[in-house]
Structure formats: C-alpha cells, structure tokens
Design a protein around this ligand. Structure first.
Ligand code: NAD
Ligand code: TDX
Length: 346
C-alpha cells in the first residue's frame, strides 16, 4: 500500500509515521506536512533515509498542489492528521483553523475521490462532542453523542467530520473517522499541558494551571492511538466513526501534581492563572465499539504512560529545548502576558 500521512511532522502524525514505517516495510509512507510552527522534522530523523519513507512539504488546503501530488503518487490510502490543533490558539486566531481543518479536509476529500483512493481516514477528536459535567461520572461520549462544540478549534474539527461523512453518503467514498481523547507521549509540542509542565518544571519555572485545575481530561498514550488508527485503516468498517480512549481520567491538577512528584519538584511551582474562555469541563470516552469490533486494547494506563513520557523528556532534552529556543518562545510570551494579563508567569 502507498499511504499518504498528512501532518506527519506533528506530534501524533510523527509518532504514526515512525510506527508505520518500521511496522510495515512493504508499505510506502508519504508524509505531507506544511511545517507550521508545530511541524518538526527532527522527530523523523530515524526514518528519513528508509526506502519506504518520503517527505513532501505542502499545504493540504492548496488545491492545485494536492491535485498534482495525488495524480503523481496514486495513493491507496490517506490518513489526515494535518490540522491546527491548539485550542488556545483557536481562541486568539480562528481563521487559520477554518482554512486548514475544514477547507484542507475538503481539498483532500476531493483529490481522494478524483484519484480513487481506497481508504480515507480522518483523525478527529472527542472535543466535537463538547463537554460533560464534572458531577456526572456515569456519563461518557459514545459515537452517537450529538456534536456540540465549544471552541473554534472543536467547531472546525466537527465541520471536517461532517464533510467526511457527507462525502461517504453522497459519493460513497470509503471513509472512516476516529475521535480520540487527549494524547500524550514522546514528541509532544511543549505548548500542550503535559509537555509544557514537564519542560517548565525541569527548568524550575512556574506551572500555569487554568482556573482551579479541576477540569478533567481522559489521557491516551500516543502509541495506543497509533495502533488504533492502524487497526481502523485495515479493518474498520467503511462509513463508521470509532471513539478511542482508555478510561484514564484525571483532573489537570492531578496531572500537574503527578509530574511534580515524578520530577521531585515542589507544588509551590503551581500558579493558578485566568481560565481558558469557554473551557470544556470534562472529556471521557466510551471505547466499547473499538474494543469489541477491532479488539483494540491500550498498552499503557496513565500511571505507566506518564512515567515513560517523563523519562522520554529527560532523555531527549535537545528535542524540546530546540523548540523552546525558537519561535515558540515568542508565542509563549503573547499567550501568557497578553491573554492572561492578571497573572505573571516567568
Ligand atoms: P500538531 O499540532 O502537533 O501537528 C499538526 C501537524 O500538521 C504539524 O506538523 C503541522 O505542520 C501540520 N500542518 C498544519 N497545517 C497544515 C497544512 N495546512 N497542511 C499540511 N500540514 C499542516 O497536532 P497533533 O496534536 O499531532 O494532532 C494531530 C491530529 O490529531 C489533529 O487533527 C488533531 O485535531 C487530532 N487530535 C489531537 C489530539 C491531541 O491530544 N493532540 C487529540 C485528539 C485529536
Ligand atoms: O498552560 C496550560 N494550563 C492548563 O491548565 C495549558 C496549555 C492547558 N491547561 C489545561 C486546559 C485543558 O483543560 O489543561 C487541559 C489540557 O489542555 P491542552 O493540552 O491545551 O489540551 P486540550 O485543550 O484538552 O486539547 C487537546 O486534546 C484534544 C489537544 O490539544 C486537541 O488537539 C485535541 O483535540
């Protein structure tokens, strides 16, 4: 199979490319990425010379470029990870989220239709379901939960999902969608909660916790996510949505406290800052469908996964320190001094 992976220089796409290139030497993986602030080819160093791997720089929303690429390459399958993925950035600048996440998906769908791609997989998110109340621990997102988005990010991801399903219904395109909970693990860009807290704690800097830190996220190790997508790509039923999550709910405060404990740093580093606008309270996935249909079982629970992840950040300081010394540091200043004026985060 020749598989197009979009957004393969990002966190999850990068882990997926590494997994697929090593797992399936008989398949060819073409990684298409625009190399935005979130794209980092250093992640892919270990596979860049492999014969079954190729990198192409380009924008999924560029219709002419995508058409030519599909014509030249004749892909069997497409897995679309490419997206603007950070909720806080979508609150400051929604436009690029609509362009990349919605228009980009439509451009990929059109090319997939035109050139007869046999499988199109859309990587989506549990955020399309909105949030659950903190005091109803009996509630979980199933694939039938109505879409009910909160942020420009989640609205753009829901828009993309609806397009994918529309192309299936209208044009009988062979699509699947996965909606997963919060990922964590190696190569996670240090603007997101877990890598931000690890990198700052290691530098003995304050840890900005939004609101009271009581919001709940359901953590999924990126390796388990990659295995799930591979299963859906090969054995998932066409036209179906699969939720991916492993029942690992934690409050943000619990996550930060765990990181501090593991790194032997004091809780006095925690600094409560102005809450995120429209902040979703709780995400929690019901993974029954993928477990029963595809026999997916996660390898990591949060306790083992967070230890492995922290160790990875300790062993790979150069990877995240390069990011912190680059463009990210300007973004960080804007995010935490302009948006959260009330707090000072050094
Ligand atoms: P990321 O921000 O780390 O990576 C996104 C990648 O897409 C980057 O390499 C970037 O350069 C590339 N990209 C952005 N715009 C592009 C464009 N126009 N054309 C081509 N490439 C472009 O994101 P991530 O955390 O790896 O997320 C990957 C996917 O998984 C996204 O679709 C996201 O919505 C979804 N998702 C992420 C999580 C999570 O916890 N990180 C959870 C659920 C779903
Ligand atoms: O500095 C911070 N302080 C803080 O308290 C940051 C960056 C986050 N938070 C909170 C907000 C959230 O409740 O931590 C939680 C996790 O935040 P993020 O890492 O920004 O992730 P989230 O908003 O939950 O979205 C993530 O999971 C779903 C991904 O970024 C999305 O792409 C994915 O769809």
């Amino acid at each position: 199979m020749k598989i197009l992976v979009t957004g393969g220089a990002g966190f999850i796409g990068g882990n997926f490319v590494l997994y697929m290139v090593n797992q399936y030497p008989e398949d060819t993986i073409v990684n298409l990425d625009a190399l935005t602030y979130a794209g980092n080819l250093e992640t892919l160093k270990s596979v860049e010379d492999k014969p079954n791997y190729k990198f192409v720089k380009g924008d999924i929303a560029d219709h002419a470029f995508i058409d030519q690429l599909f014509k030249d390459e004749q892909f069997d399958a497409v897995v679309n990870f490419a997206a603007e993925s950070h909720v806080d950035r979508s609150i400051t600048d929604p436009g690029i989220f609509v362009k990349t996440n919605i228009l980009g998906t439509q451009v990929l769908l059109d090319a997939s239709k035109k050139y007869g791609v046999k499988r199109y997989h859309q990587v989506s998110t549990d955020e399309v379901y909105g949030d659950l109340p903190l005091d109803r621990l009996d509630l979980f997102f199933t694939e039938e939960t109505p879409l009910h988005t909160s942020s420009p990010y989640s609205a753009s991801k829901a828009g993309a999902d609806l397009l994918v399903l529309a192309y299936h219904r209208t044009f009988q395109m062979p699509v699947t969608i996965s909606r997963c909970s919060n990922n964590y693990g190696p190569y996670h860009f240090p603007e997101k909660l877990i890598p931000l807290m690890i990198s700052r704690a290691l530098n003995d800097q304050s840890l900005p916790v939004y609101g009271k830190g009581e919001n709940v996220r359901d953590w999924l190790h990126v390796y388990d996510h990659c295995v799930a997508i591979d299963l859906i790509l090969r054995r998932g039923r066409i036209g179906e949505v699969y939720n991916i999550g492993g029942h690992n709910e934690r409050t943000n405060l619990e996550v930060v406290q765990t990181i501090l404990r593991e790194l032997n740093r004091p809780e006095t580093l925690i600094q409560y800052v102005t809450d995120r606008k429209g902040h979703d309270l709780r995400y929690a996935i019901d993974p029954t469908k993928i477990e029963t249909e595809l026999n997916w079982k996660p390898k990591y629970n949060f306790d083992t996964g967070i230890k492995q992840t922290i160790q990875w950040y300790l062993d790979n300081k150069a990877w995240w320190q390069n990011i912190l010394s680059g463009e990210y540091s300007h973004y960080f200043e804007n995010q935490y001094t302009d948006l959260h004026k009330k707090s000072t985060v050094r």
